[in-house]
Design a binder for this molecule. Structure first.
Ligand code: MRU
Length: 325
């Protein structure tokens, strides 16, 4: 899929507003790093690699306006806490020997291009694990919309489909922001990949009915011991998959690995506004005053993950990632 989430044009960052998809393909013109921060925070752009790329372009906007790069980096870093790609991209810009507008912009382009290349590699590495006529279950959106292009878990599905190996995809709707129903469905329809959207709670019974050959998900951060933060509901899928003897795979570029953290309990899990639960768009669907708890991610223990698929290969448990591995 050639759909691009964002591109640099004439001194501004043009960004597809994912909050409005699939009803409307509307582009935001982001002129300042503050605009980029707001877009990440409010999820106009989302998905771990995509927000890293946006933050890098945000730094180019800061440099172009002659603003403090330290302040811009610190503020961009405070937009969302869980996906390590955001911090990785900002660190990469901060470590440039020369931090002019042109060098930062060139580095942002490089980060984006490298991500696409990583995803293509992940696609090949992961597709090799799929059986023929695979029936695959996935959650959230991990495709072109969440990355520089192609995608991670959805990139594997895309590559495997191109190889004729995918019979069917079950796409979890992904409450509360519905990235599966709105975005993954949009990408799968675009590519003509056979699928059905399901409510998140249908996954276990489909596994019980032997309709799922494997589960593949993305990741927001993977610690040294292979514990993986990803969209809320991922852990539940891993538990169900293990119970039914179904392989559970996680796909991510190396930029999502954080070997500086020993284990998943050290990952900061973003807690989002309860309004995401109590409201559907602007309409309130819960009683006034309904209390909520809305963690955006959960952590899956490494021993429930049959393989972690990266651009560097297929990693198997027991996991021990270092900055060198
Ligand atoms: O809250 P989101 O939509 O940013 O969450 C996205 C996910 O959890 C994805 O699975 C993850 O970022 C990997 S995207 C290639």
């Amino acid at each position: 899929m050639v759909l691009r989430v964002q591109y640099w044009h004439d001194g501004i960052l043009r960004m597809l507003d994912q909050r409005l998809l699939p009803y409307q393909e509307s582009w935001l013109d982001l002129q300042t790093w503050q605009d980029v921060r707001e877009a990440i925070k409010d999820m106009a752009v989302r998905g771990a690699p995509a927000i890293g790329i946006s933050a890098a372009y945000g730094m180019a906007l800061a440099a172009g306006a002659g603003e403090s790069l330290d302040v811009a980096a610190a503020e961009l870093a405070s937009s969302r806490p869980t996906a390590v790609n955001l911090f990785w991209a900002l660190d990469r810009i901060k470590s440039l020997p020369e931090k002019s507008f042109h060098t930062i912009l060139a580095e942002a382009h490089r980060i984006e291009q490298e991500d696409i290349a990583c995803n293509e590699k992940i696609g090949e590495n992961g597709a090799a694990l799929f059986p023929e006529n695979a029936r695959v279950l996935t959650i959230c959106n991990t495709g072109s919309l969440a990355t520089g292009g192609h995608g991670t878990a959805l990139g594997i599905i895309r590559t495997a489909h191109a190889q004729g190996k995918v019979k069917h995809v079950y796409s979890c709707e992904t409450r509360p922001r519905l990235q599966g129903l709105r975005l993954t469905a949009y990408e799968l329809l675009h590519d003509g990949i056979p699928f059905e959207s399901i409510v998140d709670s249908a996954a276990a019974s489909l596994m019980h009915a032997r309709k799922v050959d494997c589960v593949v998900t993305g990741a927001d951060r993977i610690t040294a011991n292979g514990e993986t933060a990803n969209k809320i509901g991922t852990y539940m899928l891993a538990v169900c998959a293990r119970h039914h003897g179904i392989p559970f795979y996680v796909a991510a570029p190396w930029t999502t690995f954080d070997p500086s953290l020993a284990s998943g309990d050290l990952i900061e899990i973003e807690e989002r506004d309860g309004r995401e639960i109590t409201h559907f768009d602007e309409k309130q669907i819960a009683p006034e005053g309904c209390p909520t708890l809305n963690p955006a991610f959960d952590v899956t223990p490494g021993d429930l993950i049959d393989a972690i698929i990266s651009d560097r290969g297929v990693h198997r448990p027991p996991y021990l990632f270092t900055s060198q591995s």
